[in-house]
Design a protein around this ligand. Structure first.
Ligand code: UDX
Length: 436
């Protein structure tokens, strides 16, 4: 099949590369010339395990191409996938400007019948509008249909998740569109759930928001555990044996971040409101998460008179391990508060430090300051207090003694429940975590 993919972010690029890996002829389209050159050379603009390897393999096989020339790319394809961003707007709604721009470009470029497949997460009903919009702007006598094919990959395991997805959701309004999408996905050998377009759009939001809800629920219970003297990790383990609950996404911490959960919960809340419905469960998940993100900082405030002039070690910056992404990362909220209160921060993250530097370059920030270390050990040197914001293996594997030996005061606030409470106590560390 001849496929074009619009947008080379996490969704678009990974989809394009995986389609090529499964034998399709793929052209990835992006507006950024520099990015296109980089990808042609086999270098990925995003950090994802196994991605560059597959890019190089399929570039060499001649199945994977990159271009800024959208008209040339969209002209003659069987299917055009849209994988551009739908960022959150100040009111919580999804910004569909990129989708609109690409839709118009497609309408003005296609020279043959084709299927446009929306992979980006879009509010229910958007696919109908995209189809109408494309029809309004078509310049040739061709048949263009729109289908929904939401993406469920998680960052850090995007390639694996795509090649081994639990299910492929396809939302179509005609037998032809359904058949074409099934043919595209046939080489993947994965279960395909075929529904109508609006249900497909809803499955994406309902799935993401359910997971966000699960996390907020566990964080809520964790906060209660602290008050009543229970241990959230033990509680989660006890719950996990019930197949109806499941063992995943029960980890309490400093809240969910990333490019999906924060945005998708707010977008569904907004959509419900538009229809005069209040989605109370999702609203609660959003509220709990907002509070949870800085709960650890506020816990530390109860112990400390001030952060002014104190050396604060920050371990982990990414919103989760395995990615350099900082979108909605709890570290951002906490570092902001610490700097506003005069902390002298030394931060460490094995891959996201570079991106964090773009937000906070080395040096003074207001009353505080920030610098970056190459190892967790260096970060801890002479520190008065340490915060853990991401559970990277490099952090998780630190022996408790390291905190004791390196820090001026062995005081640790762990937002990811990385360390064993008893082990830390035995090593002489004053240790606080979430819900334990
Ligand atoms: C998520 C969904 O998993 C994916 O299916 C969807 O397509 C996009 O959104 P992603 O944002 O990459 O993927 O990360 P995920 O691994 O789901 O974690 C999201 C956030 O939840 C992270 O901040 C993580 O730290 C947090 N989390 C996750 C918890 O706090 N507890 C958990 O038990 C699981």
């Amino acid at each position: 099949m001849k496929i074009a993919v619009a947008g080379t972010g996490y969704v678009g690029l990974v989809a394009g590369v995986c389609f090529a890996e499964k034998g399709h002829d793929v052209t990835c389209v992006d507006v950024d010339e520099k990015k296109v050159k980089m990808m042609e050379a086999g270098n990925s603009p995003i950090f994802e395990e196994g991605l560059e390897e597959l890019m190089r393999k399929n570039n060499a096989a001649g199945r994977l191409h990159y271009t800024t020339d959208y008209a040339g790319a969209y002209r003659d394809k069987d299917a055009i996938f849209i994988g551009v961003g739908t960022p959150e707007q100040p009111d919580g709604s999804a910004n569909l400007n990129y989708i609109a721009t690409v839709s118009r470009q497609i309408a003005e470029s296609v020279e043959r019948d084709c299927l446009v497949v929306v992979k980006s997460t879009v509010p229910v009903g958007t696919n109908d509008k995209v189809e109408q919009f494309i029809h309004d702007f078509l310049t040739r006598d061709v048949k263009v249909e729109v289908a929904s094919n939401p993406e469920f990959l998680a960052q850090g395991s995007a390639v694996y998740d795509t090649l081994h997805a639990a299910r492929i959701i396809i939302g179509t309004e005609s037998r032809e569109a359904e058949a074409l999408l099934k043919k595209i996905y046939e080489p993947f050998g994965l279960p395909i759930v075929s529904v109508n377009r609006r249900s497909a759009e809803m499955i994406k939001y309902a799935s993401n928001d359910f997971l966000a809800l699960k996390i907020s629920y566990m964080n809520d219970i964790a906060n209660l555990c602290e008050l009543v003297g229970a241990d959230i990790d033990a509680v989660a383990e006890g719950m996990s044996y019930d197949a109806r609950i499941g063992a995943n996404f029960l980890k309490a911490g400093i809240g969910y971040g990333g490019s999906c959960f924060p945005k998708d919960t707010k977008a569904l809340k907004y959509l419900a409101k538009q229809y005069g419905y209040q989605l109370k469960t999702v609203e609660a998940a959003v509220d709990v998460n907002a509070m949870q993100k800085t709960r650890l900082y506020h816990k530390a405030c109860k112990r400390m008179i001030t952060f002014e002039g104190l050396k604060v070690a920050v371990l982990g910056l990414a919103f989760k391990p395995g990615t350099d992404d900082l979108r909605e990362a709890p570290s951002l909220d906490n570092v902001k508060l610490l700097l506003e209160n005069g902390a002298q921060i030394t931060a460490y993250d094995p891959v996201a430090a570079g991106n964090f530097r773009k937000v906070y370059p080395d040096g003074a920030v207001g009353r505080g300051s920030i610098s970056y270390a190459d190892t967790p050990e260096e970060t801890l040197e002479d520190a008065n207090i340490c915060f853990v914001f991401t559970e990277w293996e490099q952090i998780r594997s630190l022996p408790p003694e390291t905190f004791k030996e390196r820090m001026r005061i062995p005081l640790v606030y762990d937002g990811r429940n990385v360390f064993d409470v008893k082990g830390m106590k035995e090593a002489g560390i004053e240790y606080y975590s979430i819900g334990r």
